[in-house]
Design a protein around this ligand. Structure first.
Ligand code: AHR
Length: 318
């Protein structure tokens, strides 16, 4: 149980809080203290990440009662660790972060815990020896996303020769989507894999190499839309037709991916919803108010095939 003095104070009321913390801090529109949040975003590698960042920044706004310090780690773990240490130095009320990979956080998680700062894990989870390192985690069920993609492939293309375009190696979505997908389609049907690091450019490069190495491949499972869009470019450049000669299944459902689905270049998308800034804000307010919060909040996903309409894509928020 985190017992930071400001949280205890919040439970005792504003006047006492000011007395205990020694100062009033920045005030929001309602005259109450703003909640100081340090947020380490892992990067800006994908359309999903851009939408997630916009959602977080819109929800953790001054108008909503937050004093947000937002730092982009450019997909480097060392940058995230530095940002987290800076947040400890700044004595923020709450630290939130999306870990780029699952492991390698033990030291800094222990430092956050020792500082008594509540930690909110966003989007991706960690694998750590630190006991009870975070107050709450909110994100999608990546394994289920991989399972849903795999079930669609097994039902519609049971004999496919599959190439898997992996996300950032060692990240929770790469590990879990792969495990969920592979269990459904059977590892013997996966003829090759390579990482595209969740970016369009690296997804394209990995597909170019795969077209050479595995001429028999006729289905790609990309761990996100951006890599799938890179694959579309590579397939067209090779004189083949994406969505026909090579079936493309992805995860995310950002607008560019949904457009590719309507255009017949993608065949199936399992959604990963990035718009949950309001839920993060609610969890942080509850933590600061001393209320109990769920250990886990799963953001609900859907799945889409080529029957979606252009109007549906146009109405999509991200
Ligand atoms: O962690 C969520 C994943 O990260 C998204 O599916 C992907 O697009 C992003 O880079």
């Amino acid at each position: 149980m985190f017992m930071k003095k400001k949280i205890i104070a919040a439970g005792l009321g504003l006047a006492l809080a000011v007395a205990l913390t020694g100062c009033g801090g920045d005030k929001g529109d309602t005259g109450t203290d703003l909640i100081k949040v340090g947020f380490s975003q892992l990067g800006a590698e994908s359309g999903w990440r851009t939408a997630n960042t916009e959602s977080v920044q819109a929800s953790l706004s001054k108008e909503n009662g937050f004093d947000l310090t937002f730092v982009d780690a450019q997909q480097k773990q060392e940058n995230q660790i530095k940002a987290l240490r800076d947040f400890i130095q700044q004595d923020v009320d709450v630290i939130a972060f999306s870990p780029v990979v699952e492991t390698g956080w033990d030291e800094v998680l222990q430092e956050i815990k020792d500082a008594g700062i509540p930690l909110v894990l966003v989007d991706r989870n960690v694998n750590t020896s630190v006991v009870d390192p975070y107050v709450t985690w909110i994100g999608a069920d990546f394994k289920l996303e991989g399972t849903m993609a795999g079930q669609w492939v097994a039902a519609n293309y049971p004999d496919a020769k599959i190439f898997e375009l992996q996300g950032t190696m060692g990240s929770a979505p790469q590990l879990d989507r792969e495990a969920g997908f592979d269990a459904e389609v059977g590892v013997e049907n996966i003829i090759g894999r390579a990482t595209g690091n969740f970016t369009r450019a690296e997804g394209k490069a990995a597909t170019e190499a795969a077209l050479q190495a595995y001429p028999e491949m006729n289905l790609i499972f990309a761990h996100n839309d951006d890599m799938g869009l890179g694959a579309v470019e590579a397939i067209k450049a090779a004189g083949k037709v994406p969505g026909v000669d090579i079936i493309i299944v992805t995860v995310d459902g950002v607008r560019a991916g949904m457009q590719a689905l309507v255009d017949g270049e993608f065949n199936y998308i399992v959604e990963c919803n990035p718009v949950f800034g309001d839920q993060i804000a609610g969890l942080i307010k509850d933590i600061m108010a001393g209320k109990s919060v769920p250990k886990t909040t799963i953001v609900v996903d859907a799945a889409f095939d080529q029957t979606i309409t252009q109007a549906f894509v146009d109405a999509r928020a991200y």
